[in-house]
Ligand binder design. Structure first.
Ligand code: HEM
Length: 506
């Protein structure tokens, strides 16, 4: 009978606990929007497929108008601190980054070895790995991989030529995600993914599974919001889908041993990572194995996890950037014409050779990409977790160790104080004389020590894809695109119903 009472009391205890939990911010004198039971401020996001950035921007605008420097929200039962003023943001991301070293994502290395990657790793392990990986992202290395990016666009042109001939509209995000899957698959895993040729390729399917989630991963992510991290870790809870893990892990294993046995040199990330595994550094001579190797600084598992993060962090972000750029170019034909002109002029100067140097000279292309990243940043928030109690300057608030922080990048990029007429797509904002926003108001790649390590690669990949389309085709919006666009609740902003374009050869 006693057990029955206990079971019956659980919902009541949960209810009382969540009621108490939702006083967390008011007990500290911080405003927060009214939370819904158990969901906190995530109910609309979860139940109505509403983009989380909209919800956060609504609160940001409201509290900023009241002159507040910060506010709190609840991600289910977890309190999250949201700074508003740029001075506080600068402190968190840079000046006092020592208190906010980590992203605060859940991972359990034993259960999910591929999740022990740069984005998730913490403290000294992150610091050491970041220092080791930085040489793989220099402009010299990106230049070395430039031809892979260009090669992958050849298949894209064939697809778009067919589409232009048949006059059928195209769901451009899908094609661009296949393009970036092929490019990143090639440089991070050293394999030809063929997803442009074959939309059902294994690589594309696994890429989709990561972003759309499988029933088991969706369940695990929700549970992770309710259960303390230590309990989750102790229980050995797995977040990654086993099939996805096996696919990527075995791919790195097979390709690495093949390359090592045959001492194969390829200009890609995998080659650099194998060198880091075997020598602890990147070697000019390019060799992969050496009997006199003294020590290894990277285990095979660590290396595989980095291949995996390059793929997940690199393919969807760049595909999203190109998709939104094309959407804006279809809506603003004058900007599209000007971009085409800029690309043509510079290519002519380079005898129509598409080289790394030519792309670096395309200044208007740079502005179009920057403005796209301002208006539609793939990273809606920059997540941090407080690792050492922090006295927020000019306030009585002490941010406790373990508190989560979201820097509201999307809301700041759309703040008219920093970017007048923020809904307008205006690449000219990024002309030297026009840049008027204060430091820390523009952060598409994050800022501070945790800034995106792959920003150069990501931007170059997006530029190569975009220019190969604009140089050969005129794009207009097809009526299947629902205007005004709205974002879905996906992890990275995605247009509900898709971006459908008409393609016309030039
Ligand atoms: C347009 C493309 C891209 C965008 C907009 C983007 C954006 C971001 C953002 C916002 C962050 C978080 C930064 C922070 O917390 O301050 C990040 C981190 C990261 N990105 Fe990117 N990214 C892009 C492309 C790439 C590519 C191509 C790669 C790898 C090949 C990559 C690898 C990473 C990694 C490993 C981190 C974690 C860094 C760390 O914690 O030290 N990203 N990215």
């Amino acid at each position: 009978m006693f057990v029955v009472y206990i079971i019956a009391a659980i919902p009541l205890l949960l209810y009382l606990f969540s009621k108490w939990r939702y006083t967390y911010w008011s007990r500290r004198g911080i405003d927060n929007p009214e939370p819904d039971l158990f969901y906190g401020n995530f109910k609309k996001n979860n139940k109505e497929d509403t983009f989380f950035g909209y919800l956060l921007k609504e609160c940001y605008d409201k509290y900023k108008a009241q002159g507040k420097r910060h506010f709190g929200i609840f991600a289910f039962l977890t309190p999250v601190y949201i700074p508003i003023d740029l001075e506080s943001i600068k402190n968190i991301l840079q000046n006092d980054a020592d208190h906010f070293k980590n992203h605060g994502t859940y991972f359990n290395e034993d259960a999910d070895p591929l999740r022990a990657h740069l984005f998730n790793l913490e403290n000294d392990r992150w610091k050491n790995l970041r220092a080791k990986l930085s040489p793989t992202f220099t402009s010299g290395q990106i230049k070395m991989m430039f031809h892979t990016m260009v090669d992958c666009t050849k298949e894209l042109k064939i697809i778009l030529d067919d589409q232009a001939t048949s006059r059928n509209p195209i769901d451009i995000k899908d094609v661009l995600a296949r393009l970036t899957t092929d490019t990143i698959g090639s440089v991070a895993f050293g394999v030809n993914c063929n997803s442009l040729k074959n939309p059902d390729s294994e690589f594309r399917q696994y890429g989709k599974m990561i972003f759309e989630g499988t029933p088991s991963t969706k369940f695990a992510r929700i549970v992770a919001n309710f259960i303390p991290k230590w309990l989750f870790t102790k229980a050995g809870f797995k977040i990654m889908d086993k099939d996805v893990e096996d696919f990527f892990y075995n791919l790195v294993k097979d390709t690495t041993s093949y390359r090592e046995q045959n001492n194969i040199f390829r200009k890609d990330f995998l080659h650099l990572l194998i060198q880091l595994k075997n020598f602890g550094k990147i070697r000019e001579d390019g060799i992969l194995t050496n009997k006199e190797t003294t020590q290894s600084i990277m285990t095979f598992d660590e290396m595989a996890a980095q291949c995996y993060v390059f793929f997940i962090a690199g393919f969807e972000t760049s595909a999203s950037t190109m998709t939104f750029a094309l959407l804006e170019l279809a809506l603003n034909e004058d900007i599209q014409d000007r971009l085409r002109q800029n690309i043509n002029n510079i290519l002519k100067k380079h005898n129509n050779n598409l080289t790394y140097e030519a792309v670096m000279e395309m200044d208007y292309l740079e502005k179009v990409i920057q403005e796209t990243l301002r208006k539609h940043p793939p990273g809606t928030v920059l997540p941090r977790i407080c690792n050492k109690a922090y006295n927020a300057p000019n306030s009585d608030l002490v941010i406790q160790e373990g508190t989560r922080v979201f820097i509201p990048a999307y809301a700041i990029h759309r703040d008219p104080e920093y970017f007048p007429d923020p809904k307008k797509f205006d690449p000219e904002r990024f002309s030297d004389g026009n840049k008027q926003w204060p430091p820390f108001a523009f952060m598409p790649f994050g800022l501070g020590p945790r800034t995106c390590i792959g920003s150069r690669f990501g931007k170059m990949q997006a530029k190569v894809g975009l220019l190969s389309i604009i140089n050969n085709f005129r794009v207009t919006l097809n009526e299947r695109t629902k205007l005004p666009i709205t974002y879905s609740s996906a992890l990275i902003p995605t247009v509900k119903g898709g971006v459908w374009l008409n393609i016309e050869q030039i």
